[in-house]
Unconditional design. Structure first.
Length: 224
């Protein structure tokens, strides 16, 4: 009778040990962390020739790697903060991203275009400066609207105001285009399953706003 009772208990212990071993093989949590009840299942798809490595956030040298793969990663991870390293084996370019795990998710790694990003930054900054410069060039003509004398501004000032309007309009066009290029070409992870981490679509709105005493100016709103 004793042997019949011990055998089922032995099988149950062996099954429990096997399940624990599978979970531990998926990922060993960092020292000092409180283990949540369930780990998250993650997958990351990257372009060909891309090598991915996921480590704990601010992990000291020699810490275990959570995942290390080429082009596609499929692994389990406890909720928390991680760092994703990506290296293009063709160009040897290395990039780094922060990854916060809250639940199971699927991601697409998009390395972006550094040259387009730099161009976008230059357009965004240059366009913003052009808007300010154009507005300053137009200031004498705008202020002249408060003057009853028709000779309040000289011919040079009126020519400068015309040129300033052109510069201001050019800046108003270049600024949103540049910042959209800058935002779209950055390295990022795109969540594929429509979770809360999905990126907001960029929006740009440009319109005419009042500038006191009857003047007009351009206003804009960009959301990335």
């Amino acid at each position: 009778m004793l042997s019949k009772t011990i055998r089922p208990l032995t099988r149950m212990c062996a099954l429990a040990a096997l399940l624990l071993a599978e979970t531990a093989h998926a990922q060993t949590p960092p020292p000092g962390w409180y283990l949540p009840q369930y780990p998250a299942h993650l997958s990351i798809q990257a372009p060909p020739s891309t090598e991915l490595e996921v480590v704990f956030k601010d992990a000291p040298p020699g810490s275990p790697t959570v995942a290390h793969c080429k082009q596609y990663c499929d692994f389990w991870a406890w909720p928390g903060r991680y760092t994703l390293y990506a290296r293009d084996n063709t160009t040897q370019e290395r990039k780094e991203l922060s990854l916060r795990v809250n639940q199971s998710a699927r991601y697409l790694f998009e390395p972006g275009d550094d040259n387009a990003r730099k161009t976008g930054l230059a357009l965004g900054v240059g366009g913003s400066i052009a808007i300010m410069a154009g507005f300053l060039m137009m200031t004498p003509a705008v202020l002249s609207q408060m003057c009853e004398d028709t000779n309040c501004t000289s011919s040079d000032e009126r020519d400068a105001a015309t040129a300033g309007l052109v510069v201001l309009l050019a800046g108003a066009i270049a600024t949103p285009v540049g910042w959209i290029m800058f935002a779209h070409n950055g390295t990022h992870l795109k969540q594929l399953d429509g979770g809360s981490a999905a990126a907001t679509k960029p929006q740009v709105r440009v319109g005419v706003v009042g500038v006191g005493q009857g003047g007009l100016g351009l206003g804009g709103l960009a959301t990335f």
